[in-house]
Design a protein. Structure first.
Length: 68
């Protein structure tokens, strides 16, 4: 019984650590949506000028990212 409890706690801790790592990576990706001109063209995107807003990269999947 004690061994099951220890294994259960270890599994729960490992699962929580995995979810935390995924959340940190997702947050890092969401917090810096900028892309360079070279990366934009390498990804197959087009550089588009927006009035009073600068340039954005229009990617083939329909998303846009700010050009750094």
């Amino acid at each position: 019984m004690r061994m099951r409890r220890i294994l259960g706690l270890a599994l729960a801790a490992a699962t929580l650590a995995g979810v935390s790592a995924v959340g940190a990576v997702s947050a890092g990706a969401a917090s810096s949506p900028n892309i360079s001109r070279d990366d934009c063209t390498a990804a197959g995107g087009q550089i588009v000028s927006r009035p009073y807003a600068g340039y954005v990269c229009a990617l083939p999947d329909g998303t846009t990212q700010t050009i750094t």
